[in-house]
Design a binder for this molecule. Structure first.
Ligand SMILES: Nc1ncnc2c1ncn2[C@@H]1O[C@H](COP(=O)(O)OP(=O)(O)OP(=O)(O)O)[C@@H](O)[C@H]1O
Length: 857
């Protein structure tokens, strides 16, 4: 296959058109011969001709859906490792875009189809997990397995047990942890054959404890789950391999050559790496972009010139140190490029703007409105997921040729570019780390898009020495982030799951952690006994655990109910806020034991004082996560203005909760609020954000009123939905008469909260990566239900929906088919199970039974 002239995107289109018998856009004879070859080689699963132990037609599907017809040598090497056949855990590390994911997916398919076990695929970010669900859907349809999404509010704990087909659970880290806990609790862990963890180095990130605890528990209770972990950037690979008890495979392979440069003043230096590991900067060229004086004043770093060299024909990613700079740099690039670029793919850019408007309920960010006509955009966490997704698709499709982003894009999204510009060697205030540099520069030049990738790091003269030092330094180590709080959570969870209910078994469990491995080799190791003792003491003092008669620790009733909340829905990204919370956190979800007690108290107060149901606000207050206060800082002026403008019913609810004018007076005078706890005051104010969105105020309006970024609001909404699910499960598990109607009340609002949409759009929003704008577009175009999507012609979808890439259209249809199929087959299975149970108990009901009933006579 000639990648350079065709390009992966084209290949996708071609192969899709082949599979769906739509208008082919490649030479007819190629289509026919390819179709023929597919037809000839397609054989049933019993085909024992082997593609790494899989039937040969899996190979064809990889070509059909991924455009890959040949594996790299290292991929073949890795898949043939004796360690794989022996089912030894595998940790493999290659540079970004080396093709690691494909290896993991082939192993995953083998587990599903040959060993017939379920697989957990863990990805660190929501967007990556959703992309994976969508891309695996076609494989699921063809190879007859389910793809179940465990992201945000989606995913059932424990999962439905399927007898006929296997499932791959695509999860974010927190959801995976919840899923494993629920399977352990249900004694069903043996249904899982493999756990794939992408970006394993994130175990050393602030969210790392959740991942570390999950892996530890899994390895402690079972030797049968095959762990496959991968990463591009780990310094202490062997140590990580020891923790995972894994065979370590590493290669320095990049499919596309990467040429790295450093730009200082107007000089460009090439980074030359010598075979002895040293590295030097070799002068390459002077840059002269004929800037006017005015332009030079505005753009002294020559960013515009550097981007102008590649766009619009090729693509460019600009990494900026702060979010604010992303928008500013995007505007700057537009000033530097030729005005004619506005004509380049104009209609696609217009349709992108329309799609963004749909997503923002009619509003498009003013900066994007200015930059998109030039094919330029910015991208950071202040944008909603949907906005980011649209921009990413446009970049992949070529309508956008330049994105100015923060470093999070390098780790989170698969966006290749011809040129990567790291516009400052700082991330925020910190000097770049080697792993971050590698991730950013690794985005340059992806296979199938460009023959060579270039990365430029732009720096001041004063930073040149530091840059050289960075380039020569060893890769960052991955250090366990387990701390006192995570140990308490870890201990409580192990006790709750009964996997380590005694002190000695808790110590054994701790000895499996990465923390233990690193602690023992540190200069001042803490004794394992001390760690466990401290956690136990803390839990006892919080009345979260008791000792049973046989000397084992058990959870108290409320702690158990709190934990049940987590079993059903673990929370997204909680541990990001972990370190800022002074309370002791108990569980990996956000319903910790101190929170659980407060939730309980507040629910009881609401019930006893009278829950106001003439508006949703009272309910929203009760499900506003406690972390909201740190997540959503609201300025003093905004608080005063929002509170002063409360409607009568809102005021009434505030009063019912205990908030009076005195609170406002105390707050306005910058004093401490003494009438009620500040947490009540703060959470009430944040619950108004949810209330406004629920009442159909656009995210733009709410963002303006509360002066909070749209992305932050969107994430807060998702977390509230997840917290509501925990509260729902908590109230169910408490089994108290006074609270028995809460689960039903909450179950009505949770789906709408998760998707932040109207009831009509709920079905469409179940599709992976379909957000409100695209759901609205589909709905308006007459595709109102999943069934409509199943019956849709993807080509028609592309023509009737603005800015819908062809590949995405096919993937959406495949995902809808799989979802419906899964739903129907699950119902069928449940019916069969019920019937089998009845037969087993000799209780088969026949029509004759009814005939005998006099009632019908
Ligand atoms: N053998 C192959 N031939 C051609 N393209 C390939 C091959 N293997 C993978 N690719 C393509 O290369 C790109 C990068 O692959 P992949 O995402 O698997 O890399 P990765 O090592 O997992 O990267 P990252 O570290 O960014 O996650 C993808 O578009 C993938 O489809």
């Amino acid at each position: 296959m000639i990648m350079s002239s065709v390009g992966i995107a084209d290949i996708f289109n071609d192969t899709w058109s082949l599979s769906m018998s739509t208008v082919p856009e490649v030479a007819e004879e190629n289509v026919i011969s390819y179709r023929q070859s597919l037809f000839n080689e397609f054989q049933p699963l019993s085909d024992n001709s082997s593609f790494f132990g899989l039937p040969n037609y899996v190979k064809n599907l990889i070509f059909k859906y991924k455009g890959i017809d040949k594996l790299y040598d290292w991929q073949i090497d890795c898949l043939n490792l004796p360690a794989i056949n022996e089912r030894k855990n595998l940790l493999f590390s290659l540079p970004t875009s080396g093709g690691k994911t494909l290896v993991a997916e082939i192993l995953m398919l083998k587990e599903l189809l040959v060993r017939k076990k379920n697989v957990l695929f863990v990805l660190p970010y929501v967007a990556l997990a959703q992309e994976k669900v969508r891309s695996l859907a076609s494989f699921g349809l063809d190879l007859e397995f389910y793809v179940e999404e465990y992201v945000g509010g989606k995913g059932k704990y424990p999962p439905t047990k399927h007898h006929k087909k296997r499932s791959v659970y695509v999860c974010t880290t927190e959801k995976a942890a919840g899923l494993i806990e629920s399977l352990l609790d249900a004694k069903r862990l043996d249904e899982i054959g493999m756990l794939v963890v992408d970006e394993i180095h994130l175990i050393g990130d602030s969210r790392g404890p959740t991942l570390e605890m999950m892996l530890t528990k899994l390895m402690f209770v079972s030797k049968n789950v095959h762990i496959i972990a991968m990463s591009a950037t780990v310094g202490n690979l062997t140590e990580l391999g020891n923790f995972l008890n894994a065979f370590v495979y590493t290669k320095d392979f990049r499919p596309v050559e990467l040429v790295e440069y450093v730009k200082c003043l107007n000089k460009v230096y090439r980074i030359v790496r010598n075979s002895n590991g040293t590295c030097e900067l070799v002068f390459e060229r002077n840059m002269n972009f004929n800037y006017s004086e005015e332009m030079l004043r505005r753009d002294p770093g020559l960013l515009g010139g550097l981007t102008r060299e590649v766009i619009p024909d090729n693509s460019c990613l600009v990494f900026c140190p702060t979010k604010k700079q992303c928008g500013n740099f995007a505007l700057l690039v537009c000033q530097a490029v030729d005005k004619n670029v506005k004509e380049f793919r104009k209609s696609e850019k217009m349709s992108l703007l329309r799609a963004l408007a749909e997503e923002g309920q009619g509003i498009v960010c003013p900066i994007l409105r200015k930059t998109i006509p030039y094919g330029v955009a910015y991208h950071h966490s202040g944008l909603t997921n949907a906005e980011r997704r649209l921009l990413e698709e446009a970049f992949l499709g070529g309508a956008l040729s330049c994105i100015c982003c923060t470093s999070t894009l390098a780790a989170g999204v698969n966006l290749p570019a011809k040129r990567v510009i790291i516009f400052s060697p700082y991330v925020g205030r910190d000097f770049l780390k080697l792993s971050t540099y590698k991730q950013m520069s690794g985005r340059a030049g992806r296979m199938g898009f460009t023959s060579v990738g270039e990365s430029y790091v732009v720096c001041e003269e004063t930073d040149m020495a530091k840059i050289l030092e960075l380039l020569k330094s060893d890769m960052d180590r991955c250090e366990s982030k387990m701390n006192a709080n995570s140990f308490i959570s870890f201990t409580a969870c192990a006790i709750g799951l009964k996997i380590a209910p005694t002190k000695s078994s808790l110590i054994d469990l701790y000895n499996v952690t990465l923390h233990h491995l690193q602690n023992t080799s540190s200069e001042n190791p803490i004794s394992e006994e001390e760690i466990i003792d401290k956690s136990l003491e803390e839990l006892i003092s919080m009345k979260a655990i008791d000792k049973s008669e046989n000397g084992e620790y058990i959870l108290t009733h409320i702690a158990q109910a709190a934990m049940a909340g987590i079993f059903i829905f673990t929370i997204i990204l909680v541990s990001r806020f972990y370190d800022h919370v002074t309370n002791t956190r108990i569980f990996s979800g956000n319903l910790d034991i101190t929170d659980a007690q407060t939730v309980y108290d507040e629910l009881m107060v609401a019930v006893e004082g009278g829950l106001i149901l003439s508006s949703y606000l009272h309910l929203f207050y009760l499900i506003t996560p406690y972390s909201a206060v740190e997540e959503i800082p609201i300025s003093r002026d905004v608080v005063i203005s929002v509170y002063s403008n409360l409607s009568p019913i809102e005021k009434k609810i505030a009063e019912r909760i205990g908030i009076t004018e005195v609170c406002l007076i105390q707050y306005s005078k910058r004093g401490k609020i003494t009438v009620i706890s500040e947490s009540i005051w703060n959470r009430f104010l944040r619950s108004l954000i949810i209330f406004n969105l629920w009442n159909k105020k656009s995210i733009w309006e709410v963002s303006k009123t509360f002066e909070v970024a749209r992305g932050t609001i969107h994430n807060f909404l998702l977390r509230t939905a997840a917290f509501a699910s925990s509260v729902q499960r908590f109230t169910e598990a408490l089994k108290m008469e006074e609270l028995e109607y809460f689960p039903a009340l909450l179950s009505k609002i949770i789906p709408r909260l998760s998707y932040c949409c109207t009831i009509e759009l709920l079905q469409l929003m179940q599709l992976p990566a379909v957000k409100i704008g695209r759901a609205t577009q589909l709905y308006k175009a007459g595709y109102k239900t999943l069934k409509d999507i199943v019956n849709a012609d993807p080509v028609k979808l592309v023509s009737s929906i603005d800015h819908l890439p062809r590949r995405v259209a096919y993937e959406i249809v495949a995902a809808a088919k799989l979802l419906l199929l899964q739903e129907a087959e699950t119902l069928q299975e449940e019916a069969e199970n019920l019937k089998a149970e009845l037969i087993e108990k000799n209780m088969e009901i026949t029509f004759t039974d009814f005939d005998e009933l006099s009632y019908f006579e």
